[in-house]
Design a protein around this ligand. Structure first.
Ligand code: SF4
Length: 283
């Protein structure tokens, strides 16, 4: 039986992108190929917040006890190896059972499944089919992969997703929400911007780009980058979303980012989990 290392599994409202406001089960897998330590930092500087928390990592026994960060990646414990013991390896049986326990009616109705991370397409593509084919998942109708858009689909998983999407539910039931990383993340551009990878997702399911921005400069970079994807054949929409894993940062720039999105004719994505739930772990 295949297993997945699960950082978090919880029920909440999707706060971002296409499914904003939709009741959703979040399956957060462990592991990421990036660190995104530049978020919320002055240009060229990297956040040290996680270093300070990691120095006390052994004090934290659950995700709920972990501090929130205002800079860097707000889901740092889902990939940083120093927190790996908080994320158990679970069989697809155990995950499907746990999902049915947290669904309000103990079965899928209008809820959608968000497979997120970390980077959910990094190491787990072989494990998803067994989970998605589990009897307790048969009424699931909509899935989103929240990805950074750098991981190619394996031929086997691509075929599986095509069958899942086309046979039962339709192309638009499978979504790739691609949060491609701009320079404000601190990641190398040639590693973060991979249009050829994202165009392949588009062959399989409805795909959009979602850029985290803080400044006008970030917004300009997002627009230029979107043009690069489009030049490579990408045809999906593009969202601008304010930086800010904590409310004090988010409220500083959400209206500004909405205005920048309007000016550029792009979509705006909120982060509803920040004003609603303070972006606590498990929300
Ligand atoms: S890609 Fe996402 S999960 Fe990975 S470090 Fe960046 S923000 Fe965090």
């Amino acid at each position: 039986m295949s297993k997945l290392k699960i950082a978090e599994l919880f029920y909440s409202i999707q706060g971002e992108g296409r499914y904003m406001g939709v009741p959703s089960v979040f399956l957060r897998t462990f592991g990421c190929n990036f660190k995104c330590a530049g978020f919320g930092m002055p240009k060229g500087e990297l956040s040290k917040e996680v270093e300070d928390i990691a120095a006390r990592a052994h004090y934290f026994k659950t995700y709920e006890e972990l501090p929130l960060v205002s800079t860097g990646c707000d889901s740092y414990a889902s990939w940083d190896p120093r927190f790996k013991d908080l994320s158990p390896m679970l069989t697809s049986d155990a995950i499907a059972e746990r999902i049915s326990e947290i669904l309000p009616f103990k079965e899928w109705r209008d809820e959608h499944l968000v497979i997120t991370g970390g980077e959910p397409l990094l190491g787990w593509q072989r494990a998803y089919p067994e989970l998605l084919d589990h009897p307790k998942m048969k009424d699931l109708k909509e899935i989103t992969f929240e990805t950074n858009g750098t991981q190619k689909l394996t031929p086997e998983f691509k075929k599986y997703l095509l069958d899942w999407g086309m046979e039962n539910r339709g192309y638009h039931r499978l979504t790739f929400s691609v949060s491609a990383k701009l320079s404000c993340s601190g990641e190398e551009r040639h590693e973060a911007i991979r249009p050829e990878v994202v165009c392949e997702y588009e062959e399989v399911g409805y795909t959009y780009l979602k850029f985290v921005v803080a400044t006008e400069e970030d917004a300009e970079e997002a627009i230029e980058t979107y043009d690069i994807y489009r030049a490579e054949g990408f045809s999906g929409p593009c969202y601008l979303m304010p930086v800010g894993g904590v409310e004090s940062v988010y409220t500083l720039n959400n209206r500004r980012v909405a205005e920048l999105a309007m000016k550029a004719g792009l979509r705006y994505s909120d982060r509803l989990q920040v004003p609603l739930f303070k972006n606590e772990w498990g929300t």
